[in-house]
Design a protein around this ligand. Structure first.
Ligand SMILES: *Cc1c(COP(=O)(O)O)cnc(C)c1O
Length: 235
């Protein structure tokens, strides 16, 4: 069965209303304003045409985990804000960073040093989040929580970077409540870093399709939602 453009548009409109409603309710429940949370539509499994419909429906922030896919979608939708949420190889920095508004996945001192060099070269700082492996799964990237203080000190000493906050991925589980301690830990880490660095560190990027409401209750400012929006819409 093929899905027509009209069906995709109707489905996406409904899904966006559903997700935005749940984000707003979770924010209100936890004494925050719905506007404090930005929905990032993770379009990595969606066709360019489907991402374009999402843009048309008002989505302005998109996340991609692979640089090549981000280049392609940015060409089609240059007016959107593009977030890099996956591992960045240093040899792709020059081509990728000019297209990206925030790097969520700074996951090694080596990539931070390379981003710093790039920020200095273009005379405009690169906005980054440190990816933290709160769930301590060997399969996941990111800095161990214990090391984040030292990493932040190192970032402070590097020119050409603007540290905006932290990002994490919770362990996958059937019950989204199991993700709550992970999200609370990221917030506590961020609060500690604020004291340590004196930086405002406004952004907490946490929560995906399965657990974004819990993440908002625990202080997420950026939620990265993919499959709940785009599943089954092609390609
Ligand atoms: C794919 C991905 C997401 C979106 O995941 P869904 O479960 O499809 O919502 C969020 N964050 C990162 C880092 C991802 O790679």
């Amino acid at each position: 069965m093929t899905v027509t453009i009209d069906q995709i548009r109707t489905t996406l409109r409904d899904r966006l209303a559903h997700v935005n409603g749940r984000i707003a309710a979770a924010a209100t429940r936890s004494g925050r304003r719905p506007d404090d949370v930005t929905l990032i539509a993770v379009s990595k499994t969606a066709a360019v045409e489907v991402a374009a419909i999402a843009f048309d429906l008002g989505v302005r922030d998109f996340g991609e985990s692979r640089p090549q896919e981000l280049w392609k979608k940015h060409t089609a939708l240059p007016a959107a804000r593009w977030h890099l949420i996956g591992h960045l190889q240093r040899n792709k920095i020059d081509k990728t960073i000019p297209l990206v508004s925030l790097v969520h996945s700074a996951d090694s001192e080596r990539v931070l040093a390379a981003l710093s060099e790039f920020g200095v070269k273009r005379a405009s700082p690169v906005a980054v989040l440190l990816e933290v492996n709160c769930s301590r799964e060997a399969s996941k990237g990111g800095f161990p929580p214990e090391s984040v203080g030292q990493v932040a000190d190192a970032v402070m000493s590097l020119p050409g970077l603007r540290l905006e906050g932290l990002m994490t991925m919770a362990a996958y589980g059937d019950d989204p409540q199991t993700a709550r301690p992970t999200f609370a830990e990221l917030r506590e880490l961020r609060d500690g870093l604020r004291t340590r660095t004196g930086l405002p560190l406004p952004q907490l990027s946490m929560g995906m399709s399965n657990d974004y409401e819990i993440a908002v209750e625990e202080g997420a400012t950026l939620v990265r939602v993919g499959s709940t929006l785009f599943e089954g819409l092609g390609p």
